[in-house]
Design a protein around this ligand. Structure first.
Ligand SMILES: [Zn+2]
Length: 77
């Protein structure tokens, strides 16, 4: 690969399309695939969404387990 090709490769890697508005910007302006404008609008990227989903699921499972324990202790009193 020649130098121009390598530079083009680097340039392509540094740019990224926003996962919300699709605006292509340099990666350093993005966080989790979301551009600054969308960040300021409170939009979150896929990693943050997955993190929230996981913590929500953990909370849900905890609630279900507590509920089951209450039911079982009420039945076998
Ligand atoms: Zn955006």
């Amino acid at each position: 690969m020649n130098i121009l090709g390598a530079m083009a490769e680097v340039g392509r890697e540094e740019k990224e399309a926003c996962c919300h508005c699709g605006k292509v910007w340099y990666k350093e302006h993005h966080r989790d695939g979301v551009c600054r404008q969308c960040q300021s609008l409170g939009r979150v990227g896929p990693q943050e969404l997955a993190r929230r989903k996981r913590s929500m699921l953990t909370y849900l499972i905890a609630v279900i387990v507590i509920f089951l324990v209450l039911i079982v202790s009420a039945i076998f009193k």
